[in-house]
Design a protein around this ligand. Structure first.
Ligand SMILES: Nc1ncnc2c1ncn2[C@@H]1O[C@H](COP(=O)(O)OP(=O)(O)O)[C@@H](O)[C@H]1O
Ligand SMILES: [Mg+2]
Length: 235
């Protein structure tokens, strides 16, 4: 992805797990969809989008809204959308826990991790998106459980020959370093502020292990064509 690759000092390192952090509407899902689509369209790389919050149809619409032909990518077996929503609404109107996602689990996140890793291997994926870690973490009561689960997930993903983007919702928690940040190899922070009627979006690479990256906060836009990073505008 132009712009972002530039501030990353070349792009994401293969085998890395990178947290994409930001508040609601900051552009996390768009950035990750673009990452998968770009990989498919420009580099012929396979991708997996694990959704824990929106339905697969909603995820497809996020691609379609930007003119990215997700249906073609799915048809060709290049991008796979994996539905891992922990809670599902049934046709009768009842809301049920998706028991299959927790079956026989002794370590938190095990089933989600295994399902994701199985799919990565099956489809020889080079790019993976998990939308979002926050939703999975919310299914567990304790901080310890979440850390344990994350550690296993990050370890599993690191063993694969792919770049994994882990989406994390941050809501006004500027001083808190969430476990996701500490355990992943890198952190990209998306932010926006409003000034009068204008929304000012920004992107910052806060952490990236093994990369001489740029730490400045750059201007960013979410347009019809997706995320545009303005490497000439520091905010
Ligand atoms: N096709 C589009 N054209 C312009 N702006 C868009 C388009 N699609 C989404 N956006 C803007 O991008 C924002 C970020 O969306 P999204 O990536 O879903 O955020 P997040 O996943 O962080 O909640 C939306 O709230 C909207 O303002
Ligand atoms: Mg989203």
């Amino acid at each position: 992805m132009e712009g972002l690759d530039e501030i990353l000092g070349g792009g994401f390192v293969p085998g890395s797990c990178v947290t994409i952090s930001g508040g609601p509407g900051s552009g996390k899902s768009t950035l990750c969809s673009q990452f998968l689509y770009h990989g498919y369209k420009e580099l012929g790389e396979n991708g997996v989008y694990v959704t824990c919050t929106e339905s697969p149809e909603e995820i497809k619409n996020n691609f379609r809204d930007h003119g990215w032909d997700i249906d073609e990518a799915i048809r060709k077996g290049k991008i796979k959308i994996l539905d891992m929503r922990p809670v599902l609404a049934t046709e009768s109107g009842l809301i049920t826990r998706n028991e299959a996602l927790f079956e026989g689990e002794t370590i938190p996140f095990s089933v989600v991790a295994k399902g994701t890793l199985d799919e990565i291997r099956r489809s020889h994926a080079r790019r993976v998106v998990l939308d979002s870690i926050t939703t999975i973490a919310m299914q567990y009561s304790g901080e310890f459980q979440v850390r344990q689960g994350l550690l296993g997930l990050v370890q599993g993903l690191s063993n694969e020959d792919c770049v994994s983007l882990l989406i994390v919702e941050t809501i006004g928690a500027k001083n808190i370093i969430p476990a996701e940040w500490a355990l992943s190899h890198g952190v990209v922070l998306l932010n926006y502020t409003s000034e009068a009627a204008e929304v000012i979006r920004s992107i910052q690479v806060v952490k990236m292990r093994r990369t001489a990256h740029d730490q400045a906060v750059y201007g960013m836009e979410v347009s019809k064509d997706g995320i545009v990073v303005h490497t000439d505008v520091k905010v």
